[in-house]
Design a binder for this molecule. Structure first.
Ligand code: SF4
Length: 494
């Protein structure tokens, strides 16, 4: 069985992931829209980085399961190196059962048959992460064993200080180059023993036992998440708020699997409510919730934002991964028992949405008694708009700070129910409390899907598709604030 860079990285993350990918790919969940977007974003960032290597040549041949194109890519790489190419994009190398595709290899100097090469990996992150070193160490082992003399390794990542001017990206400023030769060289001795262990996992007839934990979601949700969590205990220790991977492993090594088995002395202040609800069966809500809601003032505005965080900034004056809000919805309870009002905003043009977003939102909330939100995101987004000098954002942010209540923060500190299974998401909480909310009516199911739909709406030239997407976005955001309002009404007498 062939070991590619991605299967090596899967194996480092979790041996069960490696085994299931090779033996039972049918157990993986279908690829999500957010995972597709992550892949496409990475691809787009890679293409922008090509501008840094104007004399480079792209190697021909995509990786396919039947291996035919891989053979082409290997042949093309070999031919181009023999012909004296100075810089190759997507050069491919194989040795024994190992295969690696390198973003960039750049010839440093000519030394006859063993020229020295610079191996470069392009990432859409804004810093070097430990897994990038493992990734480069694997590539270097494969390329070196295939005959390439790698003398230097670097990572090109996005520069989060880069401010887009609005036209073409300036690749030299958009990327930060970080040489990681020493880190990679130090990591190389661990590659062969790890590969030996991974070969053992792949050759095994039984799936390895691996406990679930934070690695199932880090750096992104594992494709086997649903499969591995299908029989998870409703009081699994992973449901304790902010529990570290190390602590989970330590508790599991002592045979502790459920929240109620964790000794009180090992519970942090932030975990106490969850632990006490399970262990001592205290009521799911404590008095602090009522105290927080006593302060609600009319008109009560239930507010939610949608914002994008694009790797490649879309608008002049914005940076990589800067939050750019493009939509809000607000349900309003004007007085006790009144029918709710609703206002919303969605920027539908190609221009920067931020100025209109702020102007319209200020008009909506300037007379609010309390603005109820269900995350810290709205506050961060408004602070960001104020910091970036968007007209009116200062005034809006300070009004928000003095009038807002984050219901998520209140519930997370003072409420737990076994139905939450470690999640205080709005959907989980209202489902557990038996409120009927029709998320099924919405074609868009989560924030990631909303961003994807928004970007699609901006680029589509099909009027019908644009108007369907616009309607779906408004429906989705409106359901969120209607849900929040229903929760407020359930918890407080408004
Ligand atoms: S869900 Fe977790 S335990 Fe299961 S394969 Fe993925 S990372 Fe491993």
């Amino acid at each position: 069985m062939r070991i590619s860079k991605s299967s090596y990285m899967d194996g480092l993350r979790c041996s069960k992931l490696l085994y299931l990918s090779k033996h039972h790919p049918e157990l993986a969940s279908p690829e999500s829209a957010s995972s597709r977007k992550r892949f496409e974003d990475g691809h787009r960032v890679g293409i922008e980085a090509h501008a840094l290597f104007p004399d480079s040549i792209s190697v021909f041949g995509e990786w396919t399961a039947d291996g035919k194109a891989l053979t082409n890519a290997l042949k093309d790489t070999g031919n181009r190196l023999t012909a004296g190419a100075g810089c190759l994009l997507e050069a491919s190398f194989a040795v024994d059962d190992l295969y690696a595709r390198c973003d960039v290899i750049d010839r440093i100097s000519e030394r006859g048959e063993r020229d020295a090469w610079h191996l470069i990996e392009v990432k859409s992150s804004t810093k070097v992460k430990p897994e990038h070193i493992d990734d480069l160490a694997f590539q270097q082992v494969v390329a070196s064993n295939a005959g390439l003399a790698v003398e230097k390794t670097s990572l090109f990542h996005l520069n989060n200080e880069y401010v887009h001017s609005g036209g073409k990206y300036d690749a030299a400023s958009l990327f930060t180059q970080q040489e990681v030769t020493q880190d990679v060289n130090e990591s190389i001795p661990s590659v062969l023993p790890r590969l030996k262990a991974q070969r053992g996992v792949m050759a095994a007839t039984e799936c390895p036992e691996v406990a679930t934990g934070s690695h199932c979601n880090d750096p992104y949700p594992c494709p086997f998440y649903a499969h591995c969590h299908r029989e998870q205990h409703r009081h699994d220790i992973n449901f304790l708020p902010s529990i570290s991977r190390k602590k989970v492993a330590e508790l599991q090594a002592r045979g502790i699997r459920t929240i109620g088995e964790v000794p009180e002395g090992e519970i942090t202040a932030g975990q106490w409510r969850t632990w006490a609800t399970v262990r001592r069966q205290v009521p799911p809500l404590d008095g602090n919730v009522w105290d927080a809601l006593k302060g609600l003032a009319y008109p009560i505005h239930c507010l939610d934002f949608e914002a994008m965080l694009e790797a490649l900034p879309l608008y002049a004056g914005t940076r990589p991964y800067q939050k750019v809000p493009f939509q809000w919805s607000c349900h309003i309870i004007a007085q006790p028992g009144a029918d709710p009002g609703h206002r919303d905003f969605l920027h539908t043009g190609a221009s920067d949405p931020r100025a209109d977003f702020v102007k319209e939102l200020w008009d909506c909330v300037k007379d609010a008694g309390t603005i109820v939100v269900y995350s810290g995101f709205e506050s961060q987004a408004l602070a960001d708009l104020a910091r970036n000098g968007i007209d009116g954002a200062d005034e809006l942010y300070s009004h928000f700070q003095s009038h807002s209540l984050d219901l998520y923060r209140v519930l997370k500190a003072n409420c737990y129910h076994s139905g939450f299974r470690g999640s205080w998401s709005l959907k989980t909480v209202v489902d557990t409390f038996g409120l009927k909310v029709n998320y099924e009516d919405s074609a868009i199911k989560d924030g990631e899907a909303a961003i994807i739909a928004y970007l699609r709406m901006l680029e589509s030239e099909d009027q019908l598709e644009r108007s369907n997407l616009e309607q779906s976005l408004r429906t989705y955001c409106g359901i969120d604030t209607a849900t929040m309002m229903a929760l407020v009404r359930l918890l407080a007498d408004v």
